[in-house]
Design a protein around this ligand. Structure first.
Ligand code: ZN
Length: 130
């Protein structure tokens, strides 16, 4: 499966520590950038794209061949995708600028990169969650 983002991020990437990003990535946090859905283009393997609805109105898309999470889409904001940067082969040229939902951060991770830390902070403007 290969894909390209043919545009700029809608907002700077962020490291999200909410329980959903942790559990759906299998990592201590998920690094995500909002992108325009119209700017994600599949070069190869699009039929392998699978999805599931993690909660009403939130669809998580992953590679059916390896299970890698690729993006999420909210019914309330269908033109935007929360794209998982860890799946990229190349440097997107923009670094994460903040940690969000740090109230849900795992205890074994220290944050000492100097980035702002926010207790909430969904880039899609949704209500706070832990
Ligand atoms: Zn999250």
């Amino acid at each position: 499966m290969r894909y390209e983002i043919r545009g700029e991020f809608v907002a700077p990437p962020g490291h999200c520590h909410c329980w959903q990003c942790r559990k759906h990535s299998g990592a201590s946090f998920g690094t995500t950038a909002p992108i325009k859905a119209s700017e994600l283009h599949f070069v190869d393997g699009e039929p392998l794209l699978k999805s599931w609805e993690s909660e009403p109105g939130i669809h998580r898309f992953f590679a059916g061949c390896c299970g890698s999470p690729i993006f999420k889409r909210r019914d309330a904001f269908p033109a935007l995708l929360g794209f998982r940067l860890g799946t990229l082969d190349t440097d997107p040229g923009q670094k994460a600028e903040q940690h969000i939902y740090v109230g849900s951060k795992v205890p074994w991770l220290d944050l000492d990169d100097g980035l702002p830390q926010k207790p909430g902070g969904c880039p899609f403007g949704e209500p706070e969650r832990s």
